[in-house]
Design a protein around this ligand. Sequence first.
Ligand code: GRF
Length: 218
Amino acid sequence: MLETVSSLISPPLPAVWPRFAQPLRLGVMASGNGSNLEAIAASIQRGDLHGEIRVVVYNNPGAKVADRAARLGLPTVLLNHRQYASREALDEAIVNTLDTYGVDWVVMAGWMRCVTTRLIEAFPGRVLNIHPSLLPSFPGIRAVDQALAAGVKLAGCTVHQVELAVDSGPVVMQAAVPVKSDDTVNTLQARIQQQEHQLYPAAIALAAQQKFSQAQRF
Ligand code: GRF
């Protein structure tokens, strides 16, 4: 009988997780639910991802991510974009907050705002995002709807370094899942999210490993 492939992660999840000179100092940015925050925190707690979450920045008052962060004992800072005159002004406040908490790696986990060069240049090559599609297909909002509407047979998620254009920048890791003929946006999204939770901690470790080995070569 043929075996059904339920997911494919590339590069593969680490057999042995890397240890760094000191735990990666992460700042998580989120707008809504926060399940990826929870998965990253769980990975750290298991002793897989060698990191610590210094702060969770969120922009929507009442977002579920704030409750999750509080339950995990993580500091939260609300930066409500509605109270800033421009994207740059918001990013200025974000950078100041991340600096205050000693963050080295910025992890966007469901951050639903466009970012500016102010943030990207403050953390060169150290701003990561997760997107629920196999980029460069289906950037932007409602990526899972877009994939279903296009009739693709494989969907998935991507962790990438953040550049100015939405959902662009070098890919760090991807996970692919099959699309089933009776999938709805909800069922497909759930299958993708399961993969996101495995992918993101591993991709953070890999991005850091790559960055440190690059630095040693120069
Ligand atoms: C994820 O599907 C991610 O790919 C997208 O936003 C969603 C965030 O989910 N960028 P959660 O808030 O981590 O549950």
